[in-house]
Design a protein. Structure first.
Ligand code: RFL
Length: 393
């Protein structure tokens, strides 16, 4: 079997690359270790920046999203018992779109397989990459149907298999992986409860950060800072809701709408960046190349940015022999990646400084927060980074 492109991983990155290729008539094969049903139900991200929505729209991939997503134009910081609204849409002329990741994945799979006729194999096992530094690389996997190892030859491999995939491990020793560990954990929760506020809320409290993010009219994501590696079982229903009430309390706010917790897991906050994102015929995209902890809600947005560039670059080369997109791919992606990494680090200090137990860090955290609400220029700079609208990436 032979395909011009094998895409490893059917997340937002891999499926977007697949769709861009199919729209240009380029054949590709998407390999995914999970079943289609599983990826269509896996809840993760939910905040998409407007430029990314427009990128999907330009590629015919945002029809359902535009019908169903909620548009947000403000967020709210709560600290010192007070609430502070931050109207970022006024400052940037752009919005956040709230659309659960599994809905986007569902739309992208449907479009790729059912509408554009793309090939995909789900529930494959033991994916391996071969001869990446040659002009004829190949990918092999164990098929779910036959239990046999299948080999697919190709011209390019798109490594879109996320933070726990295999494509990154195929990089040679000279690839640099920079890591940053924030030294904190977040208890990530999904509650079967309508949102308790009309926008995202960031609670900055001596007990630790708390976050509130709408996902849909029925489901809300909450976060609670906790020690890294903490056991989710340490967090009973009562403890979760009483900590959320405490850390998100502010004058003038209503009570939280509580509900059954349908997801409760501890995420250790750490980031990494792989440089370059290319080795021979392997091009990494999304979490396979760089992880940003959900601190700034950036991961899926970066995955889409890479996928737009990689999809377009592969089409340019495979349909017209234009090498420029592929040549500049890694450098162009990494500019936005590093910018978002820096923002994530800045925001992490805002969220976690107060609870660090270090009075100096708590003092500087409050200075950062106050500046957002007293200096229009600082507010504009924050909004630009929060929405990813800066030019010159
Ligand atoms: P994905 O989505 O992980 O997709 C990779 C796919 O590859 C499959 N796979 C393999 N396939 C073949 N062979 C292998 N060996 C394979 N190994 C794995 C996996 O099953 C999967 O289907 O990566 P991609 O496409 O790069 O997309 C990245 C995003 O998923 C990620 O950055 C975001 O979810 C991060 N994130 C958020 N990002 C945002 O932009 N906004 C948010 O609000 C936001 N909230 C979040 C988040 C991540 C979270 N978690 C669970 C870490 C909230 C949470 C709780």
């Amino acid at each position: 079997q032979r395909f011009p492109v094998v895409v490893v991983g059917a997340g937002p990155a891999g499926l977007t690359v697949g769709n861009v290729l199919r729209a240009a008539g380029v054949d590709c094969l998407v390999l995914e270790t999970e079943t289609r049903e599983f990826i269509e139900r896996r809840p993760r991200a939910g905040v998409i920046e407007e430029w990314a929505v427009r990128g999907l729209q330009q590629r015919g991939l945002a029809e359902t999203l535009l019908e169903r997503a909620q548009l947000h134009s403000e967020c709210e910081f709560r600290f010192g018992g007070e609430r502070f609204r931050f109207s970022y849409a006024e400052l940037t002329d752009t919005h956040h779109f709230i659309y659960p990741q599994q809905f986007l994945v569902t739309d992208l799979v449907r479009e790729y397989v059912d509408v554009r006729g793309g090939e995909a194999r789900f529930a494959v096992r033991d994916v391996r990459l071969h001869d990446l530094d040659s002009a004829r690389p190949s990918v092999s996997y164990v098929s779910a149907e036959t239990g046999e190892r299948e080999i697919v030859e190709c011209d390019f491999v798109a490594g879109c298999d996320g933070g726990r995939g295999v494509t990154r491990t195929a990089l040679p020793g000279q690839a640099r992986i920079s890591r940053h560990d924030y030294g904190v954990g977040w208890l990530a929760l999904l509650a079967e409860a309508p949102p308790s506020n009309d926008c995202v809320v960031f609670g900055i409290h001596p007990n630790g950060f708390a976050g509130h993010m709408a996902r849909s009219p029925e489901v809300t994501r909450y976060y609670l800072e906790c020690p890294p590696g903490d056991d989710p079982e340490n967090w009973s229903h009562e403890r979760v809701w009483s900590e959320l009430r405490l850390r998100l309390a502010a004058t003038g706010t209503g009570p939280l709408t509580e509900g059954r917790l349908i997801e409760k897991r501890v995420l250790d906050m750490h980031n990494y960046v792989v440089e370059p994102m290319v080795f021979g015929r392997l091009f990494l995209a999304g979490d396979a190349a760089h992880l940003t902890a959900p601190i700034a809600a950036k991961g899926m947005n970066l995955a889409l940015h890479d996928a737009f560039l990689l999809g377009d670059a592969l089409v340019g080369y495979l349909t017209g022999g234009d090498e420029s997109g592929l040549d500049g791919y890694s450098e162009t992606c990494l500019r936005r990646v590093w910018d978002y990494q820096e923002f994530s680090q800045w925001l992490s200090e805002v969220y976690h400084g107060t609870s660090s137990g270090d009075a100096y860090r708590a003092g500087t955290t409050f200075a950062r927060l106050r500046r957002l609400f007293t200096s229009p220029r600082a507010a504009a700079a924050f909004a630009e980074q929060y929405l990813g609208t800066a030019s010159g990436y």
